[in-house]
Each structure stands twice: as structure tokens, then as C-alpha cells.
Design a protein around this ligand. Structure first.
Ligand code: GLU
Length: 545
């Protein structure tokens, strides 16, 4: 009877389970993991986070990590998504062992690695379930489904498709044939075995032992167009692609009872599950998920576009993933990150808080300790790809770029860490380019006059000019001498006898900084003067004289 039904629904299926078993033999690797994004045109940083766990777990166990594109929801699909994912992975240096490539050809023997191309596999499996009485065609119309919902509301029964509400559960081949001939559409539903126990217990490698109510819902396996639902594709693919460990977002945790039922009904070994909690953000007093709509930092591409060193992003993600990473990292700064060993038991059960300030602080430390040549080449590579204007500017005077980075490294006069990504380059160093300096707004004047009386500025500027002219001509004098000479002293002395002094020394230096940079903070005065050179220093001050 079931065979007849299966033959009626799947007349086109010629392959058998044996054929699939032959085509996709069991793998030898101890651990096989995958990243399985839907092609929505957007790679969330949470996706990179989950992918990273999958990749590191597989690779540290000499296993395989592959990419699978889950495009069964055609309404959500955005063209070019595969390219975005591959491109980001490539830029992040995240090696994928198997999966789609930028050409039409996949790499790996367990493909196709795109679900819409695996339809024949799903149909072989759905047919075999139907033959075993574990699946059936369901002809419910929208109206009938609505009716069931109403009935359940009246009965105060759980919503879903089960028991007496599962109208076509016991449909015969003959009845089905008539409906098909009448042109009625149908889905294929799972027929939940009658003998299931009421609860299911399983071990999640991150969350521990979990006990849940069993599924009694005859879920859809194949939609009206023959495309599988996520649940059915998950069991089919993860089995025939040899996945040992399913490490995925914890929005799927509630579906595990269905998934285990499906693996068992298909006669497949259930993979080990690890559910990863989503990355959260503090919004006022409450926590929420990092949102694609509200938070630019939720996009993986954001980090490439703004020029964070890859290492910075990885150090931060590793910190979020594993509670013991930070300590390891601080003790092993010279080691490659891949030497850190991830363990499921060190991964958090609840979602970590995403904190850009923490990433920025990690990143400024990393830029600071990056060798000069490398920093310059990172900056150029970033600008070449993401900001042609800056790229041209940098190349017009590379010497200048080197002198900037000399102020940011361990050999600098003052150990500054101004940069945490390369796109802030002009915010920090723009003032050294005359066109940017000249076009800065006039708010600096207000700040200047707050410290030094407006009428005193020209004479102070003249004193600066004289000093720098003398220094340029070989004098040993320095700023400190001028500061003393003009009567600026430290705050304490000034406050004790204000009548004896002109002002406080910080006002003196602050005025000079503003004249030279139009900003009230930034890299050290020595570095500013070194980079600008005396002629430019004098030229910039003369505007105030
Ligand atoms: N396509 C699913 C998603 O993007 C994948 C879930 C999984 O990894 O199994 O949520």
C-alpha cells in the first residue's frame, strides 16, 4: 500500500538509497563540520562567528570544514550572495575544504554544495520514507488549514498537524490518485511514528544535557514545489555530506526533537549537536540581538570596509567564543591564533555581549605592535580596495605615510595608539595634508581663544615663529625655554601666584597644537613638528601672527 503511494507521488525517482550510499561513502575524518548560510545577500558577523567555531573545531581535529548554500527559500534569495560569502571568507583567510566556488564547479566529492541542486537526493529519501509508511502526501488547502486552527482553538488543543487533525495521514493511493488527477496541490508530510515517547533527551556539546517534549507534529518534508523544508534538508544533507558535528545557531535548538526523529526514521546516525547562542548588544538597559537593520557592525563586510586588521577581528571573536582565550592570548602574543585549542566546554551557553570598544582597544594594540612595513602595506592594501582617493593620496607621498606610522609603533616618541582601523587614517593624519588642514572648520578658533586671550595670540605666534626660525638655523633653544621665557608655568605655581605669570604651560602648548593642527589633541608635539618640518610649522603659525 505504502509502496503504491510512494510510486504514485515519486514516479520520476529512479535512484535508490543504495545508489546514494555508494555515491556518498562514509567519511574517514573524525570531525566534519559545515557552515550552511542562506543566500540573503548579507553575511552577519554572527555567521562568521559560528563558521569560525565550525572551522576551528574541524581543523584542530584534522577534519573537514565545508560550505553549503541553503537556498530552499527562493523568496529570500538575493543574487550574488555566494560571492559575498566566498569573498569575505577569502579576505578573512578562512579556509574552506569543500563547497561552492566562484565558478560553477564545486570543490569536493560530497556535493552539490547548494541545496537547490540536491532535489533528487531529497526525493529518493522522501520516497523511501513513504514506502516505510513514514511520509504521506497532504492535500490540505489554505481553507482546511484555517479550519484545523479554528477547531484546535475550540478544543483548546495544541496547534499543529497531528492525530485527528492530520487529515490526510492515512490517505490511500487511490484517494491520492483522484486528488492529483483533479489537479489538487499537495505537500509531503512526515508521519510521526505512533510509538514515540513523550520526552526526548539529548546532549548538546555546548549547552549540556537537554530534555524536551517530543515532536508529534507531522511536519512538512517537501513543499508543493518539491523543495524540502529546512528540517528535511538538514537531515538529508548532513547525513550524506558526512557531517559529524552540527554546530549552528541556537534558534534551531527547539527543532532538535524533530531532527532526531527524522534521522532515526531515515535510519541515519544522529550527529552531535552544539548550539551557539547569538551575539547580543546592550541597547540602553536591555540586551538584544545584533541587528542587521540597526547595527552596521552586524555585517561581516563592515570590518573589511573599515579596514580592521583581520587579526583584530579574530582575536575579538575568539575572545567572545571561548572563555579561556583571552588569558592564553596575553601569554602567547607571538603565537599564531590557530595554536589556541577550542573546547566546547569553554563556550558560553548564553550569548556574549558585543562591544565595539573592546574590539577597538584590541585592534589599536595590534596596529601598534605591527611592524612599520606591514602597517604601511596593510593600509595601502585596504585603500586600494576600498578608498581610491586615499590610495592616490598615500602614493603621492609614501615617505609621509612611513613617518606617520613611526609615531604609532613601539619606537615612537610617545607610545600612541590612535588607529584601530585603517579607514580612520585621515581622521588622525589628515591634518598633515595641506588641503585637508586648510578646509577644517573654524571651531578650533573658539577653543584657541578659550585658552589664550584673542589679543595675545599674534604676539605668541610671533614668538613661536622666532623660536622655530632660530632652531631651524641651529639654535639649541627649545619650546620649554620659550614657555619659561614668556612666563607660562605649571598649574600649581600659577594658582599660588597668578600675578607673577602669564599663564599655565598647558595653555602655551595647547595654543601651538591648535595653530599647527587645528585640533586640541593627537600625536605628540615632537612628532607633529618632525612630520611637518620647520618651514611648514612656521607657515602654519604665521597665519596667526
Ligand atoms: N540555513 C540555516 C540558517 O541560516 C542553517 C542552519 C544550520 O546551520 O543548520 O539558519
Amino acid at each position: 500500500m505504502s509502496k503504491e503511494l510512494a510510486q504514485l507521488i515519486f514516479p520520476h525517482v529512479t535512484l535508490t538509497i543504495e545508489d546514494l550510499n555508494k555515491k556518498y561513502p562514509a567519511r574517514k575524518e573524525k570531525m566534519v563540520t559545515r557552515f550552511a548560510p542562506s543566500p540573503t545577500g548579507f553575511l552577519h558577523i554572527g555567521g562568521v562567528y559560528t563558521a569560525l567555531i565550525n572551522q576551528r573545531m574541524a581543523h584542530q581535529n584534522d577534519g573537514v570544514f565545508f560550505l553549503r548554500i541553503e537556498d530552499t527559500d527562493k523568496k529570500r534569495e538575493v543574487a550574488g550572495s555566494k560571492e559575498i560569502i566566498l569573498n569575505v571568507f577569502d579576505k578573512l583567510g578562512m579556509k574552506i575544504n569543500e563547497g561552492p566556488t566562484l565558478t560553477d564547479k564545486d570543490s569536493g566529492l560530497y556535493g552539490p554544495y547548494t541545496q537547490s541542486l540536491r532535489k533528487d537526493i531529497y526525493h529518493v529519501l522522501a520516497k523511501s520514507l513513504m514506502e516505510k509508511g513514514l511520509a504521506y502526501p497532504c492535500f490540505c488547502t489554505e481553507e482546511e488549514l484555517e479550519q484545523i486552527r479554528e477547531e484546535q482553538a475550540l478544543d483548546k488543543a495544541m496547534p499543529g498537524f497531528y492525530g485527528k487533525y492530520a487529515k490526510y495521514r492515512d490517505i490511500t493511493a487511490n484517494e491520492a490518485k483522484k486528488l492529483i488527477e483533479a489537479g489538487q496541490e499537495y505537500v509531503v508530510r512526515f508521519r510521526v511514528p505512533n510509538d514515540i515517547s513523550s520526552r526526548i533527551t539529548f546532549t548538546d556539546l555546548i549547552k549540556g544535557e537537554i530534555s524536551m517534549e517530543s515532536n508529534n507534529n507531522d511536519i512538512v518534508l517537501l513543499k508543493t514545489d518539491g523543495i524540502p523544508t529546512y528540517h528535511f534538508a538538514h537531515a538529508s544533507d548532513d547525513h550524506y555530506m558526512g557531517v559529524t558535528n552540527v554546530i549552528r545557531s541556537d534558534e534551531w535548538l527547539a527543532s532538535v526533537p524533530v531532527h532526531i526523529q527524522l534521522f532515526e526514521a531515515l535510519g541515519f546516525e544522529v550527529p552531535k549537536y552544539s548550539h551557539v547562542a547569538p551575539i547580543m548588544k546592550l541597547d540602553g538597559d536591555s540586551r538584544r540581538k545584533l541587528s542587521k537593520r540597526k547595527d552596521p557592525e552586524s555585517s561581516a563586510e563592515f570590518y573589511l570596509e573599515t579596514g580592521y586588521p583581520i587579526k583584530s577581528l579574530f582575536v575579538y571573536l575568539y575572545t567572545l567564543i571561548s572563555s579561556n582565550f583571552e588569558e592564553w592570548y596575553l601569554n602567547n602574543l607571538d603565537k599564531d591564533l590557530t595554536e589556541f585549542e577550542f573546547k566546547f566546554e569553554n563556550m558560553g551557553v548564553s550569548g556574549p555581549l558585543y562591544d565595539l570598544e573592546k574590539l577597538n582597544s584590541i585592534s589599536s594594540e595590534i596596529i601598534y605592535s605591527t611592524p612599520l612595513e606591514q602597517n604601511v602595506s596593510n593600509l595601502l592594501a585596504w585603500a586600494k580596495q576600498y578608498n581610491k582617493e586615499i590610495y592616490t593620496r598615500l602614493n603621492s607621498n609614501l615617505e609621509l605615510v612611513y613617518s606617520f606610522f613611526k609615531t604609532q609603533g613601539p619606537d615612537s616618541n610617545e607610545h600612541r595608539k590612535d588607529l584601530y582601523n585603517y579607514s580612520m587614517f585621515l581622521d588622525v593624519f589628515g591634518i598633515f595634508y595641506n588641503d585637508i588642514f586648510v578646509s577644517s572648520d573654524n571651531s578650533f578658533k573658539t577653543e584657541l581663544y578659550e585658552n589664550i586671550k584673542e589679543e595675545d595670540i599674534p604676539s605668541l605666534a610671533k614668538s613661536f615663529i622666532n623660536l622655530f626660525t632660530e632652531i631651524k638655523n641651529g639654535s639649541e633653544k627649545n619650546l620649554k625655554n620659550l614657555c619659561d621665557e614668556l612666563g607660562y608655568t605649571n598649574k600649581k605655581k600659577y594658582e599660588k601666584n597668578p600675578e607673577l605669570y602669564k599663564g599655565i604651560n598647558t595653555q602655551f602648548y595647547h595654543a601651538l597644537r591648535i595653530m599647527l593642527t587645528h585640533k586640541s589633541s593627537g600625536i605628540s608635539m615632537d612628532d607633529i613638528i618632525l612630520i611637518l618640518g620647520y618651514d611648514e610649522v612656521i607657515r602654519r603659525i604665521s597665519i596667526f601672527a
